[in-house]
Ligand binder design. Structure first.
Ligand SMILES: Cc1cc2nc3c(=O)[nH]c(=O)nc-3n(C[C@H](O)[C@H](O)[C@H](O)COP(=O)(O)O)c2cc1C
Length: 333
């Protein structure tokens, strides 16, 4: 199966494979590290439109896209059309190629102020936000949503049609309701239904952690692109395997456990170089835990990592694990 590039307005996304926005994860370092595996587009962590009014150093760092990977989409959340429009103009000025609107986040700290997935309780408000953002920028605007607030309020087709009508250029659907958080599984039947209902591109998202299954989901739902989140963490080779399949090649085999850990060290060192040790070490704990998945003794190693607060020591433990793996026969995961 050869997959055509995704067009988001004038922007070509090739391959049609997108890294999901993940707060606390998809910072600039992580995106730059994972992009070469074969991503056509990356999305920032979500940024509060309200927080942009104050322009803290951390927020400005999140939206500064100058000199970084291209194309890149900056995601905004908020419930007020005017604030969202102003924020969109700022992120565009700071180098975003695409502005993405978040109607999907189920976290209480976001929904209690009516942001993220809570917007889906009021499709008219969603429309007003989207219209204001589209009018505020000269680049494509996209939107990422869940199915609705709850099982009884599945508004995704309605909100996506409103998006299309006001000039949003593509819609991503994570096929769970907000109430579900991450429970159960993403229902790709709904993604297929949305694809049937829209003329603008639809991007399918949810539970893709195997290359062949991802391709089957893409084919069966008819979506224009797929978005990968948790499945890539500790396993960026999922991206290259899907890219291979999209370009009509047999996927490269997964790397050995030792090679996976060698890449983990590269990831660790890059984070320390770019963020400094004090910020990198706590952030890397979750990544290291994921790179260790399936390795004998991973639980003990993860626990050890939790107590380490120096990068050199953490990297030493990973190097020691590589030596152990290479001096003993492979152990089944
Ligand atoms: C740690 C974490 C942070 C996330 N942060 C965001 C975010 O900032 N914006 C957003 O739209 N979705 C966010 N999501 C949701 C993902 O983008 C994605 O929709 C979801 O994880 C389902 O895809 P997956 O099954 O491939 O992980 C986050 C998910 C995780 C696990």
């Amino acid at each position: 199966m050869s997959v055509p590039p995704l067009k988001i307005g004038p922007i070509e996304v090739s391959p049609s494979l997108i890294l999901a926005p993940m707060s606390g994860v998809t910072n600039r370092t992580m995106r730059a590290l994972y992009k070469p595996f074969g991503l056509g587009l990356t999305v920032t962590e979500f940024v509060s439109a309200n927080a942009l009014k104050y322009g803290s150093k951390r927020t400005m760092e999140m939206i500064d896209q100058h000199g970084l990977e291209k194309p890149v989409s900056t995601q905004l959340w908020g419930d007020d059309p005017l604030t969202m429009a102003r924020a969109a103009a700022v992120v565009r000025e700071c180098g975003a190629d695409i502005v993405d609107i978040n109607f999907g986040c189920p976290a209480p700290k976001v929904t209690k102020t009516n942001g993220g997935s809570a917007c889906l309780r009021d499709p008219e408000r969603c429309e007003a936000i989207m219209r204001a953002v589209v009018d505020a920028v000269d680049c494509p605007v996209t939107m990422k949503m869940r199915l609705g607030w709850s099982e009884n309020q599945m508004v995704y087709v309605d909100v996506a049609k409103r998006a299309q009508a006001v000039g949003v250029r593509a819609v991503t659907l994570h096929a769970r309701t907000a109430k579900q958080f991450y429970k159960g599984s993403a229902d790709w039947e709904h993604i297929a239904r949305l694809k049937q209902a829209l003329d603008i591109p639809v991007i399918g998202n949810g539970d893709l952690d195997d290359a062949r299954v991802a391709m089957a989901r893409m084919r069966d739902s008819g979506v224009d692109a797929i978005m990968l989140g948790r499945g890539t963490l500790g396993n960026p080779w999922l991206i290259s395997q899907i890219r291979d399949l999209m370009e009509g090649r047999e996927p490269q085999p997964a790397p050995s456990q030792a090679d996976r850990l060698r890449f983990c060290i590269v990831h660790y060192r890059t984070m320390v170089d770019e963020l400094g040790e004090a910020r990198a070490v706590p952030q890397m704990r979750k990544h290291v835990a994921l790179y260790l998945k399936g390795i004998a003794g991973a639980a003990t190693l993860r626990e050890r990592m939790m107590r380490i607060d120096r990068a050199a020591e953490a990297i030493g433990v990973i190097e020691e694990t590589i030596r152990r793996l290479e001096s003993s026969p492979p152990v089944a995961a």
